[in-house]
Design a protein around this ligand. Structure first.
Ligand code: ZN
Length: 304
């Protein structure tokens, strides 16, 4: 099957020259349309820190030459924001060429060693030749609460931000008030991993609000670093919660009702994506919207 991919260095979005943004664009007819995922290179005095490794080793080769990893004397650190395939499948290139220290949440390691992820990789390799060189690499240094990297001029504070996935982390750089939210926020709509993760998702985004960042970057987004995304994602999820609770107060629901959850709670996809001007993968985000509603409805059913 066809999988098309492109790579670019994103300019004019990062609020600080020490933080570079790299983007892999990808499409696969019938599966993804015009999707993109970002990775970052953070140049601190003491270390060069790569955050996420895009889709495959080929992408990371391009990140390394564009960020100067292949020319630097600095220590190389790699951070996995979470174990989802579009964020970690390029890691092996770094292991082969630079032997970096790879850092992630403890549960990211568990996921990368799991049969589920191995199975997913095999499935993608059978479908798309672009993934043939991917090898899953578990992180070598893990944490559960927080982990701080003292880079000299910049401090990188890693902390858990579960909700999209249980192993999701975020990165806060206090000196420049920059939050890297990875997939804990998303434009146009965030995605919740499961009903059990609903309260964690709300808590993670509320914690972002408390930080009062000046700039916010997330992994799937158009060219903006506006912190308004935090409020936008949070009020979207609260809308779902309010409409779900209002529905459950009026009537009982069955599994069958959940086949069209947007209609059920009266929150059509068109309304949820009304703020979006640019081209997005509507098929993908309509599914995300439906899945978010299912998660929140299921959570509210258990926690009236
Ligand atoms: Zn992602």
């Amino acid at each position: 099957m066809l999988f098309t991919k492109d790579f670019s260095t994103v300019s004019g979005v990062s609020p600080d020259a020490r933080v570079q943004i790299f983007r892999a664009h990808f499409s696969a007819p019938g599966e993804f349309e015009a999707m993109a995922v970002d990775a970052y290179a953070i140049h601190t005095e003491r270390a060069l820190v790569l955050c996420d490794t895009l889709l495959c080793p080929d992408d990371m080769q391009r990140v390394c030459s564009a960020s100067g990893v292949d020319r630097t004397e600095k220590q190389l650190l790699v951070i996995n924001s979470h174990a989802d395939w579009d964020h970690v499948w390029g890691t092996h290139y770094l292991v082969e060429h630079y032997a970096p220290t790879i850092i992630a949440h403890e549960y990211c390691r568990t996921r990368l060693l799991s049969d589920e992820e191995k199975h997913l990789l095999r499935e993608y390799q059978e479908k798309f030749s672009v993934f043939h060189s991917v090898i899953l690499v578990p992180p070598k240094v893990t944490f559960r609460d927080t982990l701080t990297i003292y880079g000299g001029d910049l401090t990188l504070e890693l902390f858990p931000a579960p909700g999209h996935q249980p192993d999701q982390i975020a990165l806060w750089i206090p000196e420049i008030r920059l939050l890297l939210a990875f997939d804990a926020l998303e434009y146009p709509l965030p995605g919740i991993g499961s009903p059990e993760l609903v309260p964690a998702m709300f808590r993670s985004i509320e914690r972002f609000q408390e930080l009062q960042p000046a700039h916010v970057l997330c992994s799937h987004r158009e060219n903006s670093s506006s912190p308004a995304l935090i409020t936008q994602n949070l009020s979207y999820l609260r809308q779902i919660e309010q409409r779900s609770r209002a529905l459950l107060a009026r009537q009982q629901i069955t599994e069958e009702d959940l086949s069209d959850p947007a209609r059920l709670i009266g929150y059509p996809y068109a309304e949820a994506r009304a703020h979006v001007q640019s081209r997005i993968d509507d098929g993908y985000y309509e599914m995300t919207h439906a899945e978010n509603i299912r998660c929140i409805l299921r959570y509210c059913l258990k926690h009236p």
